[in-house]
Design a protein around this ligand. Structure first.
Ligand code: FEO
Length: 396
């Protein structure tokens, strides 16, 4: 194993999970990393750990640098077990180490690790702790990603150890942004934010505000690469995302039984194109919902299509909308369409969810019986065009 010093005296001691492809429902086609950091100072400090099953790899990296019994402090920025799973095992090597966590972190750790008798220190937001030449500053960022989440800032190194914030699920030999390139990073950081942080936009905005005044030349998250050359790029993207800013573009999401709803989806796209609005089409049969969500995050107009099956929408659309209800995207314009043989409840069910999400729905939904006529499809296209014009007439 090679040592990786990210700043003088600060080492990456995380692990690369090359194999993971599903992170509780999020497709991680590029794998991921669990990043932990070891700070060599008067008080040897470990920032976060890794999933329990990868403990030995982390321990091997630590042993290359120091004897793990010398660890004085373990900062637990976030309770989720991809970052705390190895705390019990590392404590077998340094049983007196102090565990620093947030107020909610204490509660969470006690629920995850029963009967723990750890030397816990609960840090208030803004609290500082000297570890020698360096000062650790703990800033709570609740709900980015759990109520317990906090970041650790080291002013002497201008280093922000941001835990889940600014992460991306990417496994690879590269550790720094400039080794990989912005295109892949932007795509993965957007997917990560859209699937993990989007429901907590207001809290994420507050977190950004709290970090706004800090001098930062490196952001080291707990997943993926470390930001050092593209900090302004990622901060600019986060600023858009936390404020639910969208682009003038459309996203058509549909499933189909006998291709009637599919025909409507493509007619809507024709109309949108005629109006001049870019439109992406995603078929639920071939696109995983976690891959659709980044498009949903950037698109202002969302068109949902499902035929009626057994008096309701198709289960694929039902599952997708259950996921979306949880992610709570704001400031969208919505439209529902579908086909039916009898009953025809799918369109109403999709409308109901968009109403709950407080989306603007300027056009009446379209629900067509069995196979659409060419004239009906012309009307569908016309509605697509009107929706496109509606979006293009809006402010940026
Ligand atoms: Fe990477 Fe919320 O844990």
């Amino acid at each position: 194993m090679e040592k990786l010093e990210v700043k003088p005296g600060i080492y990456w001691v995380g692990v690369i999970d090359w194999d993971i492809r599903n992170f509780h429902g999020y497709l991680t086609q590029r794998g991921t990393t669990y990043n932990a950091y070891l700070i060599i100072d008067e008080k040897i400090t470990l920032i976060d750990t890794v999933k329990e099953c990868h403990f030995n790899e982390m321990l091997g990296r630590i042993k290359e640098i120091i004897d793990p019994s010398k660890i004085d402090i373990i900062v637990s920025n976030h309770v989720e077990m991809d970052h705390t799973g190895s705390i019990p095992k590392i404590l077998e090597h340094c049983p007196d180490a102090k565990i620093v966590t947030s107020i909610q972190g204490e509660k969470g750790l006690k629920r995850h690790f029963k009967n723990l008798d750890w030397n816990l220190h609960v840090a208030k937001s803004g609290e500082t702790m000297s570890i020698g030449k360096r000062t650790l500053t703990f800033v709570h960022i609740p709900m980015v990603h759990w109520p317990d989440s906090m970041v650790t800032y080291i002013p002497e190194d201008k280093l922000l150890l941001s835990n889940d914030a600014f992460g991306q699920h990417i496994a690879g030999p590269e550790r720094f942004d400039d080794e990989l390139g912005w295109d892949v990073l932007k795509e993965e950081a957007a997917k990560y934010y859209a699937n993990i942080v989007m429901p907590y936009g207001p809290q994420a905005a507050k977190a950004l505000e709290a970090l706004g005044g800090l001098e930062i030349d490196m952001i080291a998250p707990c997943h993926g690469i470390i930001w050092r050359s593209m900090i302004s790029n990622i901060l600019a993207e986060y600023d858009k995302w936390v404020h639910y800013k969208t682009e003038k573009r459309a996203l058509i999401i549909y499933d189909t039984m006998w291709n009637s709803t599919k025909a409507m989806a493509y007619k809507l796209q024709e109309g949108l194109r005629e109006a001049g609005l870019p439109a992406t089409v995603k078929f639920l049969g071939t696109n995983h919902m976690s891959d659709i969500v980044p498009d949903l995050m950037r698109s202002r107009l969302i068109l949902l299509g499902s035929p009626t099956l057994n008096n309701g929408m198709l289960p694929s659309m039902g599952g997708f909308l259950t996921y979306i209800k949880g992610l709570r995207p704001k400031n969208r314009v919505g439209f529902a369409f579908g086909s039916y043989g009898w009953g025809g409840q799918a369109v109403g069910e999709m409308e109901e969810i968009m109403t709950k999400l407080k989306w603007d729905m300027p056009e009446e939904s379209i629900n067509l019986n069995y196979i659409p006529d060419p004239e009906e499809l012309d009307k569908v296209k016309e509605v697509g065009k009107k929706l496109g014009e509606y979006i293009l007439a809006q402010d940026e």
